[in-house]
Design a protein around this ligand. Structure first.
Ligand SMILES: Nc1ncnc2c1ncn2[C@@H]1O[C@H](COP(=O)(O)OP(=O)(O)O)[C@@H](O)[C@H]1O
Ligand SMILES: [Mg+2]
Length: 481
């Protein structure tokens, strides 16, 4: 692995404005539509596995500052592949170029789209088999024992790209590159590491990760390599398919339809229970007293107050919601532990060997120090229950659009949507709680469900106004209960 001469030019040559244009084009950039400026571009290191014949791959952290009232700064990770000749196959991933005195134009591309660049990345993980391998400028590749990586497989960008970018290496492993980064251990890495170490089969095994340490000695987790689950189907997609099966069978009940999901919901509940138990064993867990339950209720009340500004329709249910939060404040304590933090059906995968839970990064919008705080496991359960409510209602919306003007058909769909939601929520919850949850658990769960539905009303009002009735109806049901 020689040093590629292209590593020498620095991005001082690359106009920071090119990152503005590129970020706006990507799926994963969280600040789209907001005014921002790129305030710094840090070239943090070359990927050590590069070869002379290929590109130089250099990782960058791009710091940006928002110019709106909310303001704030964020840091995004953008690995670049440098080529002397233009690579037309990578046109869609072109970031910028500059002229080198002796060499002509150097072209920079988003490295995640380039299989040559990703081959360097894979070689770096392969080389780290026995010991952590560091690049000349500080990127460090770590591996866990127990899995041989095949260095010769082809890399391809995973199409499900959302808040991060994932690259698949053959059918063997998948690397998730964290886009928005902050100093500190990423719970996606630490949780997968602990669960893999414990021999868990409920998550994709962790194979390795990449870190970098800045001048102040702060460590960043920048990427994670794990088992690629070949036979996986997304839990959300499976749930939608099951609902469509039910809707297609005009006269049958959910339990009579071929695509009944209740068995899956039950197995998913068991899976989450086992994962929570393992997290309780491997991370700090404790019982917190009444000051913690009051603080939790206070945070929920504050979120409701903020939501009322955005969604005035919530006002008629505000008293009922506050009553649910008051019941939390009156509890004498709450058990907290490491949780998933952002659990919904889209974070679950059904494989030939059962359900797997993915993406332990927590809620991306929250700062890292909040995401690693121990929390009540009922928050995760509530996330799943809301997801079981969303799935049939999303299909219902699509179907009602088709059967417009037919009030009877619409009422029938709504009835059946509730039937599906009720059945699957119950099967999931009974399996998770191994029977009836305790009174304390019921109070916490009801409040977390309400809190989540309130959050959803804000999200939908801002992003998908056509869907806001889904969480609003859930809030109304809480009010009626
Ligand atoms: N180990 C894996 N094997 C196969 N597919 C996976 C694996 N991990 C994640 N995925 C798929 O990639 C998608 C995104 O992964 P996720 O970890 O949720 O990333 P993000 O942080 O971008 O949401 C998931 O919804 C899932 O469909
Ligand atoms: Mg995800």
């Amino acid at each position: 692995m020689s040093e590629n001469p292209l590593d020498r030019p620095t991005t001082d040559h690359l106009d920071p404005q090119v990152f503005v244009d590129y970020l706006e084009k990507t799926r994963w950039f969280g600040g789209k539509g907001r005014p921002f400026e790129v305030t710094a571009v840090h070239r943090i290191g070359q990927v050590p596995g590069c070869v002379d014949a290929g590109p130089a791959v250099v990782d960058h952290l791009v710091e940006l500052t928002y110019g709106d009232a909310e303001g704030g700064t964020e840091t995004y990770q953008v690995p670049l592949a440098f080529y002397v000749e233009a690579e037309s196959r990578l046109d869609h991933a072109f970031v910028g170029w500059w002229e080198e005195p002796d060499r002509g134009w150097v072209h920079a591309y988003d490295a995640l789209h380039d299989r040559e660049a990703m081959a360097c990345w894979l070689r770096s993980f392969v080389a780290a088999a026995d010991d952590a391998v560091s690049g000349p400028t500080g990127l460090t590749f770590h591996r866990l024992p127990g899995h041989e990586l095949d260095p010769d497989v082809t890399a391809s960008l995973f199409s499900g790209e959302q808040s991060n970018s994932s690259v698949k290496f053959g059918e063997d492993s998948i690397m998730k590159l964290f886009r928005k980064v902050t100093p500190g251990a990423n719970p996606d890495v630490t949780v997968h590491r602990a669960l893999t170490g414990a021999g868990s089969t409920d998550v994709a095994a962790l194979y390795g990760w990449m870190s970098w340490t800045d001048e102040q000695g702060e460590e960043y987790h920048l990427a994670m390599l794990q088992q690629f689950l070949r036979t996986a189907t997304d839990g959300w997609d499976l749930a939608l398919t099951s609902v469509r099966d039910l809707f297609a069978e005009g006269d049958l009940h959910a339990h009579e339809v071929g695509g009944d999901f209740a068995g899956e919901s039950e197995r998913l509940g068991l899976t989450l229970r086992v994962v929570h138990e393992l997290l309780r064993e491997h991370f700090p867990a404790e019982r917190r007293g009444p000051e913690a339950t009051r603080a939790l209720a206070g945070a929920m009340r504050a979120r409701l107050d903020a939501a009322l500004e955005v969604v005035p329709e919530l006002a008629q249910h505000a008293d009922a919601l506050r009553a649910a939060y008051d019941r939390v404040a009156a509890l004498d304590g709450v058990d907290v532990q490491q949780v998933h933090g952002d659990l919904h059906l889209g974070q679950t995968l059904r494989t030939a060997k059962g359900w797997k839970i993915v993406d332990f990064e927590g809620e991306p919008a929250k700062p890292l120090h909040e995401r690693v705080e121990p929390d009540s496991p009922w928050r995760d359960v509530a996330g799943m229950l809301r997801s079981f409510d969303y799935a049939p209602r999303v299909v219902e919306k699509q179907s009602v659009d088709l059967a417009e003007d037919d009030a009877e058909a619409a009422a029938q769909l709504a009835y059946r949507a509730e039937e599906w939601a009720h059945r699957n929520r119950n099967h999931f919850l009974t399996a998770y709680a191994d029977g009836e949850p305790s009174d304390e658990a019921k109070v916490l769960l009801a409040a977390y469900v309400a809190d989540k539905a309130v959050y959803e009303t804000v999200y939908e009002t801002r992003n998908r106004p056509g869907w806001v009735s889904i969480p609003l109806e859930a809030v109304a049901r809480i009010g009626a209960a």
